[in-house]
Design a protein around this ligand. Structure first.
Ligand code: FAD
Length: 290
């Protein structure tokens, strides 16, 4: 049940350094505010009660999508809607475009940031699955340090990331796609405005009619988004005929570790991993060969 917000101290720093210093000073008592979609809802439901809220909305230079020969980068305040409508992302990172497009609703996508979506650290994050498939890295800025880590090292459990008090995710970095790369994202939901029962993101490359790289990410079927590494291995080096794709899909279903909850059963989630991985690999393959 939602309730009025409890009083809290509110900061509006205008630089990342200032924000990181305030966050460092107050440690676990402070929370970053970006779009506020998740943070404010949790505060109203008394799931979290930060004594200090540090808005990053007044920090210039955090809302961008930039690409060059090294790849593509976007910032901490880049809205999901901007990602959905970026022509470069639609052309070169179809898996991320599809993940952003399938998030409900327009309001959530307009206010909510892609980085905020990651920082909630839910295994149902559509953005996280797409970014696993794309081998994304995250720039994390603290009051005295900065590091870049692979996205797979960011999540440690349900609603838990490696972020230390005082640290802010300032940028997402994607490598440049190679020739003959294809990707696809699929998800299964109860209603258009719900989070996924299962989501699947795939990226693969094809060289001389054989699969080179393959990355398969599964969401909502483990405490964090996971890679289906046995399925990936089954694809690599193969000519990707239907029986190999089906074998990879079956391996992915075995690698999933779903729970039963109000959205689905263990068996159904596992079954749908197989179906969605097969469909995503087939679609990614068509795109890689186009
Ligand atoms: C109706 C509804 C439908 C939704 N549907 C989907 C869906 O289909 N798929 C899906 O994946 N998600 C879905 N979501 C989740 C939504 O995408 C996220 O809640 C939103 O993107 C969070 O972004 P934000 O900018 O509002 O983050 P905030 O609410 O501002 O912050 C979220 C958390 O991240 C922290 N944080 C934010 N930015 C940073 C940063 N730069 N560095 C460090 N910590 C930070 C905050 O302290 C807070 O703990 C849905 C949410 C709603 C309400």
């Amino acid at each position: 049940m939602t309730q009025p917000l409890k009083p809290f101290g509110y900061f509006e720093p205008t630089t990342i350094e200032e924000a990181a210093q305030i966050l460092s000073k107050y440690g676990t008592k402070a929370k970053v505010l970006a779009g506020g979609i998740d943070l404010v809802a949790r505060m109203r439901r008394r799931l979290i009660q930060p004594q200090y809220v540090v808005s990053i909305l007044n920090i210039p230079g955090l809302d961008y999508i930039q690409s060059d020969e090294a790849g593509l980068r976007f910032g901490a305040l880049t809205a999901i809607r901007s990602i959905e409508f970026s022509p470069i992302i639609e052309r070169d990172y179809a898996v991320l475009h599809e993940a952003a497009s399938q998030i409900a609703s327009v309001q959530v996508k307009t206010m909510g940031t892609a980085v905020g979506n990651l920082c909630v650290a839910t295994p149902a994050s559509d953005i996280a699955s797409a970014l696993y498939a794309l081998a994304a890295r995250l720039r994390i800025t603290g009051s005295a340090s900065e590091k870049i880590i692979p996205i797979e090292d960011f999540f440690v459990g349900v609603n838990k990331s490696v972020l230390e008090p005082g640290e802010i995710v300032t940028e997402v970095i994607l490598p440049s796609p190679t020739l003959q790369t294809g990707g696809a994202f699929f998800k299964l939901v109860r209603t258009a405005a719900d989070i996924a029962k299962v989501n699947v993101a795939v990226s693969l490359t094809v060289t001389d009619n054989r699969c080179g790289e393959a990355r398969i990410a599964l969401g909502s079927v483990a405490p964090t988004v996971i890679r289906a590494t046995h399925a990936e291995e089954a694809l690599k080096g193969s000519t990707l005929e239907p029986k190999v794709v089906e074998q990879a899909a079956q391996l992915a279903a075995q690698e999933a570790k779903p729970i039963a909850d109000l959205r689905s059963t263990v068996e159904y989630r596992r079954g749908m991993v197989r179906v969605l991985v097969r469909r995503a690999v087939e679609k990614a393959l068509t795109r890689a060969r186009a």
